[in-house]
Design a protein around this ligand. Structure first.
Ligand code: GAP
Length: 456
């Protein structure tokens, strides 16, 4: 059974993962703020993506380009002309909707009337603003709707300075902005969000192979981080769904509480973007192959994921409720690499002698992991609080610890408890909190995602 949407949203707000942006002003309904646990989990997801894409590979380098770019970038890329969604307005209640997302294209979901929509018009999703003190057409700039263009316009800078040879990739994590007609489903579709994108440049004749390889690599990344295989599938786009730059796109979809929906897109962008920027600027953006003497525009395979959307999917996927001793235990079975808190250190009582030992253990763990010390309430309730936010281990200091120098380590998933010497806590937790060695390498034999491949 998929997790209930309202339950996850309530947990996320109650435990400080996600807050509505500008909440004390009534909320903006466009963006969200990530609280102490949410920012830690989001950062863990971005770190895992960066590790698998950049740190562990010698063919991909990183970039952090500006959000505000020359407006000519977006003219050349086709976004000014084509980055649009079909907008209809209900003449009865004046609600505006995205036509292609309506269950019934003739019926307004806000007021329930049929046949009241205006003719669809193409609504451009880019946010516009003005640069500098003077407002006017000459100062119009856009907030980037994708991080990808920052990569294309730096293709030659990166190739030259990093001396990269094909095939190679450039990866970037950063904010993107889209004036979505209907943001919704919590952080799934917002107007401000974060993307994790990589543009992989290759020889045109190798593009089909890399397109397949990147679908497998990216599908496997979610599984490696513990996402349930039943909740993940690959779906190829129909021709009428393709973006203006794509010759083929496959979405990795997650089974959200409302049904299958996009988590990440892997697209074959061909040489569309490099050609477009070369034509618009007159700059030479071709690749020169020194071995063969050929000059050509590389093709680009792009795995484009949403960091914020992925965080939401992992939260949903990890959520479990189970009966323990006649009570419901809520537990987030997050992979430890994604857990916001890795270890909670808990004294059995608030007595000074116990707190002193807790502080000593926490001080030893903190340089390595995110640690929380919790001294309030009964120990059982404190375990439940940690279970609910996905903390994989609790280290409990009791009165015996003062005598025997040992503590109890409690495991989140099994609730099993091990008694170990205090000076062995780091050694005990280290392998259990690290990436499983078989999962830490990004390349090699991939489990085939074909079992999960779906048609529309
Ligand atoms: N450069 C290609 C590109 O931007 P996309 O499919 O439009 O492709 C990539 O976006 C990913 O960004 C999506 O799969 C999704 O995870 C995330 N994303 C897109 N729009 C979003 C929004 N309004 N809110 C949250 N995440 C979004």
């Amino acid at each position: 059974m998929p997790a209930d949407f309202d339950t996850i949203v309530t947990l996320a707000k109650k435990r400080g993962f996600v807050f509505p942006s500008s909440e004390i002003y009534g909320g903006l309904r466009s963006a969200y703020d990530y609280g102490p646990l949410g920012v830690a989990m989001l950062r863990n997801i971005k770190d895992q993506w960066w590790r698998s894409m950049v740190t562990m590979r010698d063919d991909i380098v990183g970039l952090d380009s500006a959000v505000i770019q020359s407006p000519r970038v977006w003219e050349a890329s086709g976004h000014v002309a084509s980055f649009t969604d079909p907008l209809v307005e209900c003449t009865n209640c004046h609600a505006r909707h995205r036509l292609d997302k309506l269950d019934d294209p003739d019926r307004c979901p806000t007021c329930g009337k049929s046949g009241t929509f205006t003719e669809p018009k193409q609504f451009n999703l880019m946010f516009r603003t003005h640069m500098g003190p003077v407002e006017g057409a000459g100062n119009l700039v856009y907030l980037r709707p994708e991080t990808a263009q920052g990569i294309f316009i730096n293709f030659e800078n990166v190739r030259r300075t990093s001396r990269m040879k094909l095939p190679f990739g450039i990866a970037q994590i950063g904010k993107a902005f889209r004036n979505e007609i209907t943001p919704g489903q919590f952080v799934f579709r917002t107007r401000e969000f974060e993307q994790m994108e990589m543009e992989y440049f290759c020889r045109p004749e190798e593009a089909d192979d890399w397109y397949r390889t990147w679908q497998e690599e990216r599908y496997r990344w979610y599984l490696d981080l513990g996402m349930r295989v039943d909740n993940l599938r690959l779906r190829a786009h129909e021709a009428d769904e393709l973006s203006h730059y794509s010759s083929g796109t496959a979405d990795i979809e997650y089974r959200f509480p409302w049904g299958w929906d996009e988590l990440e897109g892997i697209a074959n962008r061909t040489d569309f973007d490099l050609r477009a920027h070369a034509a618009a600027t007159g700059k030479d953006l071709m690749y020169f192959d020194q071995e063969t003497g050929e000059r050509f525009y590389p093709y680009v395979i792009e795995p484009a994921a949403g960091a914020t959307r992925t965080t939401f999917a992992f939260l949903i996927d990890a959520y479990h409720e189970e009966e323990v001793d006649g009570e419901t235990r809520t537990v987030l079975r997050l992979d430890p690499r994604l857990s916001p808190i890795k270890v909670a250190v808990l004294p059995l009582s608030k007595k000074d002698e116990l707190i002193a030992v807790v502080d000593r253990i926490a001080a030893e763990l903190r340089p390595r992991w995110d640690v929380e010390v919790d001294i309030t309430q009964a120990i059982g309730r404190r375990y439940r609080r940690q279970d609910e936010v996905g903390t994989p281990f609790c280290v409990t200091v009791d009165f015996d610890s003062l005598e025997d120098g040992q503590v109890t380590v409690r495991h989140r998933d099994t609730m099993a408890q091990d008694r170990i010497p205090i000076d062995e806590v780091v050694g005990y937790l280290s392998p259990r909190l690290a990436a499983p060695s078989s999962l830490s390498l990004p390349t090699g034999s991939s489990p085939s995602p074909s079992g999960g491949v779906a048609s529309k």
